[in-house]
Write a protein of this length. Structure first.
Length: 200
C-alpha cells in the first residue's frame, strides 16, 4: 500500500515541481508586474500632464499685460505765457488802484506810506495764492486751506479798494466799478492758479 501511494503521489509532485520551475522561467509574474507598473505610471502621468496644461492656461489667462503708458502731450498754445501776461497787467492795475484808494483818507505827510501799503496788497494776494497752490500740490491740505482763506480775505480788501478807486476816477456806478474790480483782482488770482497748474 505504501509503495502504491508513493507511486500515485509521484506524478503530482512532479507536476508541482514543473510548474514552480517553468513559471519563473517564462516570466509570467514579471509580465503582470510590468503591466501593473506601466498602468500605474500612466495613471500617475496623465493627471500631471493635465494639471500642467491647466496651470499653463490659467497663467496665460490671468497674465497681467501692462499697457504702455502714454504721456499726454500738452498743446503748444502758450497758455502759461498768456496767464502770466494777465497776471502782470492785472497786478499793475491793482497796485495803482489800491494805492490810490489807500491814500485818499491818509493824514498829511503819510500819504506815501499809505500808497506803498496799498500797492503791496495785490502782491500779498499773489504770494498767498502761490503758497496755497503749492501746499495743495504737496498734499498738505490744512495749510493750503489756511493760506487760501487768508488770501481770500486780502483779495476781498483789494477788490473793495479797486471798486472805490474806479468809482472816484471814472465816476462809474457801483455795478460797473464792482465788475471791473472783480475782473482785475479775481482774474489775476485765477490766471495765477492756471499758470501753476500748467507748469506742473
Amino acid at each position: 500500500m505504501l509503495k502504491g501511494q508513493a507511486k500515485a503521489g509521484r506524478p503530482a509532485f512532479f507536476i508541482q515541481n514543473l510548474v514552480s520551475t517553468v513559471v519563473p522561467v517564462w516570466g509570467v509574474g514579471d509580465i503582470h508586474d510590468t503591466k501593473d507598473t506601466a498602468m500605474t505610471a500612466m495613471n500617475v502621468e496623465k493627471p500631471n500632464k493635465a494639471r500642467t496644461r491647466k496651470d499653463t492656461m490659467t497663467a496665460t489667462m490671468h497674465k497681467h499685460v501692462e499697457k504702455p503708458k502714454t504721456r499726454t502731450r500738452k498743446p503748444d498754445d502758450n497758455l502759461g505765457r498768456w496767464c502770466m501776461a494777465y497776471v502782470v497787467l492785472a497786478a499793475v492795475m491793482s497796485m495803482g488802484l489800491n494805492a490810490w484808494a489807500n491814500g485818499q483818507h491818509a493824514p498829511a505827510g503819510t500819504q506815501w506810506a499809505a500808497w506803498g501799503m496799498g500797492a503791496s496788497i495785490p502782491v500779498l494776494v499773489l504770494l498767498l495764492g502761490k503758497v496755497a497752490g503749492l501746499c495743495y500740490k504737496r498734499g498738505n491740505r490744512p495749510l493750503a486751506y489756511a493760506a487760501g482763506g487768508v488770501g481770500v480775505a486780502v483779495l476781498a480788501l483789494s477788490v473793495f479798494h479797486c471798486y472805490q478807486s474806479i468809482s472816484l476816477l471814472t465816476g462809474s456806478g457801483w455795478l460797473v466799478a464792482c465788475l471791473l474790480a472783480i475782473g482785475v483782482d479775481a482774474g489775476m488770482v485765477v490766471a495765477e492758479v492756471v499758470s501753476v497748474v500748467e507748469n506742473d
